[in-house]
Design a protein around this ligand. Structure first.
Ligand SMILES: *[C@@H]1O[C@H](CO)[C@@H](O)[C@H](O)[C@H]1NC(C)=O
Ligand SMILES: *[C@@H]1O[C@H](CO)[C@@H](O)[C@H](O)[C@H]1NC(C)=O
Ligand SMILES: *[C@@H]1O[C@H](CO)[C@@H](O)[C@H](O)[C@H]1NC(C)=O
Ligand SMILES: *[C@@H]1O[C@H](CO)[C@@H](O)[C@H](O)[C@H]1NC(C)=O
Ligand SMILES: *[C@@H]1O[C@H](CO)[C@@H](O)[C@H](O)[C@H]1NC(C)=O
Ligand SMILES: *[C@@H]1O[C@H](CO)[C@@H](O)[C@H](O)[C@H]1NC(C)=O
Ligand SMILES: *[C@@H]1O[C@H](CO)[C@@H](O)[C@H](O)[C@H]1NC(C)=O
Ligand SMILES: *[C@@H]1O[C@H](CO)[C@@H](O)[C@H](O)[C@H]1NC(C)=O
Ligand SMILES: *[C@@H]1O[C@H](CO)[C@@H](O)[C@H](O)[C@H]1NC(C)=O
Ligand SMILES: *[C@@H]1O[C@H](CO)[C@@H](O)[C@H](O)[C@H]1NC(C)=O
Length: 550
């Protein structure tokens, strides 16, 4: 009897142990809006070490493409929205783009391009229709240029769209339709995708459902099995908003008369900081559910048998992303900014307690931190200085519910000063705040509140440094816009004089910066003007160059 039971168990296990995820189904988004991006070669090694076979990038960055060359990793390369206009108007722009960003990497370099993603969520309602009439013509021109260059067989053209391009008037997935204001355009786009065998790419964020709607049933954002937070659709029960969302698209495609277009989830994930719901615990819960679901591959009720391919969002944290969507925006990585895993994750979907493989040979700066100095004789204006530091660095771990929240003004000060110091390459001058800050050699991390050490900046060898300034964030942007790739402003100089520099130190520091700049860029006269105003601006002017290559 006992033996029989054991046998039965073994048998059951044999049948029901989920197959691991076909590696080719799981991809990852790799964005580089960071003050100190990791060396792309380290990143590519991480991707390979974890068995991920597909990568989605937002721009054709030469260093990134070079690192992907010859690896066999499948690449989806994006074209930013800003290019849609020129691409739609001039075929020659598409030709030039393909030549510079595809053909140049196809021959000897062997980058394994599979998709060009034209625009990124161009039909977001918050863009007021700016790209409605530009996207399809741009896609057509890019495809034509790819065909002409002989890449049409290998590379498909699509455009990642936000889940807000479809809707369901009854909340039931089976009643899904495309958003009425763009229904015609969506029909044309589906026709284009269908003709060319390309997938419909959609970005879906269950986290934002929870973030935006306080009453949202929490379990429904994950993959629970509790019926109290499920959606009943004519007898079909949805226990995960992601599946309901996918099926709303399936229904909309059917209404548009293109029921068979494959679907790729271009972005999905869960952030780990900057909000009450953005925790490693929740992120782990979300990915555990998603990866198990993918491994089972039993699809969704309206598309049984196969689950869409999925690109996780995102690989790494990015400390210069705009926080317009929310303070969690810089914390979408399954790895921290320095390529270290944040929580256990089993990409095979077998639910084992495994750790991802982190970045190897990451070049850290020295083990030192900048913290609040309680011994400073003049404690005046601590609040103002903290606010200034936060204005010029990343303080997203301080907001309510985040990893360093609720610990008091002294922790606030230490976190802000340290982030400013680390982002300034541990420059001694950046840890002063008129005596209120000091450098320490012992890790001040406490519980959930971690004090990072910056990594050494990756120095691109290419000459493609653009120096354009970022535009300021617009207050109007809707938080339903998904994370993707919108950059934040670079740190900006403040009227508040942040640091005291004795003139000789200032002079020495400036001379060094100038020498480095001159060596790298030749024309550095602009620095002189800045230096006279304030040394902190020099910091910023220099850091801008890095930011922009990212
Ligand atoms: C898409 O376009 C909007 C509006 O121009 C812009 O704010 C956003 O950064 C763009 N995103 C990408 C990835 O190009
Ligand atoms: C290639 O892509 C990069 C990154 O998006 C862009 O800056 C550049 O203008 C593109 N080249 C051409 C010739 O379009
Ligand atoms: C912005 O998002 C909110 C919440 O999802 C929604 O109610 C509102 O209609 C959106 N506004 C625009 C302009 O998209
Ligand atoms: C869209 O329209 C709103 C309201 O008219 C405006 O505030 C916003 O700046 C517009 N956004 C874009 C990207 O044009
Ligand atoms: C797009 O084109 C259609 C038809 O030509 C026009 O009616 C519509 O106003 C245009 N939409 C935008 C946002 O320009
Ligand atoms: C998972 O593994 C880590 C380290 O290997 C261990 O600390 C942790 O307790 C394990 N968790 C569970 C639930 O077994
Ligand atoms: C922070 O920056 C904003 C916008 O640039 C500015 O209005 C504000 O005064 C700054 N606050 C501090 C404390 O520097
Ligand atoms: C710490 O910073 C956060 C975020 O700016 C703020 O909400 C909080 O009130 C600050 N705490 C103190 C004690 O100043
Ligand atoms: C940090 O160091 C890098 C590499 O040396 C340099 O290019 C960058 O400008 C520095 N950033 C700041 C804010 O000093
Ligand atoms: C860590 O944080 C706790 C609670 O905020 C505090 O009581 C404790 O003193 C802190 N420890 C250190 C070493 O800062």
């Amino acid at each position: 009897m006992v033996q029989a039971q054991v046998f039965l168990w073994a048998y059951v296990l044999l049948i029901f142990v989920p197959a691991s995820i076909e590696a080719q189904e799981l991809g990852v988004n790799w964005g580089v809006i960071a003050s100190h991006p990791l060396d792309p070669k380290i990143v590519v090694q991480m991707i390979k070490d974890n068995g991920i076979k597909k990568v989605k990038i937002f721009h054709a960055e030469p260093q990134v493409l070079d690192a992907l060359a010859g690896t066999g990793l499948e690449v989806m390369v994006g074209i930013p929205n800003e290019s849609l206009k020129s691409l739609s108007q001039k075929y020659s722009v598409a030709q030039a783009w393909v030549k510079a960003n595809i053909t140049a990497y196809m021959g000897k370099k062997r980058v394994n391009f599979k998709y060009v993603a034209v625009g990124n969520e161009p039909f977001l309602t918050s863009y007021n229709g700016t790209f409605t009439n530009l996207t399809l013509p741009a896609m057509k021109n890019v495809l034509k240029a790819l065909n002409e260059a002989g890449h049409g067989k290998d590379i498909k053209v699509s455009s990642p769209l936000n889940g807000d391009v479809y809707t369901t008037p009854t909340y039931k997935p089976s009643d899904g339709i495309f958003r009425p204001d763009i229904a015609d355009t969506m029909g044309d786009i589906c026709s284009f995708l269908d003709e060319n065998g390309a997938a419909f790419i959609v970005n879906i964020y269950p986290f934002l459902n929870l973030y935006q709607n306080p009453g949202f049933p929490e379990n429904y954002a994950f993959f629970g099995n509790d019926d109290s937070s499920s959606m009943d659709d004519h007898g079909v029960k949805y226990r995960s908003v992601l599946d309901a969302n996918i099926d709303t698209l399936v229904a909309a495609l059917k209404v548009a008369k293109f029921p068979d277009i494959p679907i790729i989830v271009g972005e999905v994930g869960w952030p780990t900081d900057g909000n009450l719901y953005a925790t490693t615990k929740n992120a782990k819960r979300f990915y555990d559910g998603l990866l198990k679901k993918m491994a089972k591959n039993d699809g969704t009720p309206l598309r049984p048998k196969t689950y869409p391919d999925v690109y996780m969002f995102s690989l790494l944290d990015e400390d210069l992303k705009s926080v317009d969507p929310g303070m969690f925006e810089r914390h979408w990585g399954i790895f921290s900014f320095d390529g270290q895993p944040k929580y256990p994750m089993d990409l095979s979907g077998k639910g084992q307690n495994k750790s991802l493989v982190g970045g190897k040979n990451v070049p850290y700066m020295e083990k030192q931190w900048c913290v609040y100095n309680e011994d400073a004789s003049d404690q005046k204006d601590l609040n103002v200085k903290v606010a200034w530091a936060c204005n010029n660095t990343d303080c997203t771990t301080l907001v309510a519910g985040a990893s360093c929240s609720g610990m008091g003004i002294e922790t606030n000060a230490s976190v802000a000063f340290n982030m400013y110091y680390q982002m300034s390459n541990q420059s001694k001058a950046a840890c002063d705040f008129q005596g209120l800050a000091k450098i320490v050699k012992r890790d001040p991390s406490n519980g959930t509140c971690k004090f990072p050490i910056m990594i050494k900046s990756f120095q691109p060898t290419s000459t493609s440094t653009s120096t354009s300034k970022r535009s300021p964030p617009s207050a109007s942007s809707n938080s339903s816009s998904s994370p993707s790739d919108s950059p934040s402003t670079s740190p900006s100089p403040s009227p508040f004089p942040p640091l005291y520099h004795s003139p000789p130190l200032l002079f020495l520091f400036f001379v060094t910066i100038f020498a480095v700049c001159h060596y790298k860029y030749r024309d550095c006269d602009f620095l002189i003007a800045y230096a006279i105003v304030d040394i902190s601006i020099v910091d910023i002017a220099v850091s801008d160059n890095i930011v922009v290559t990212a």
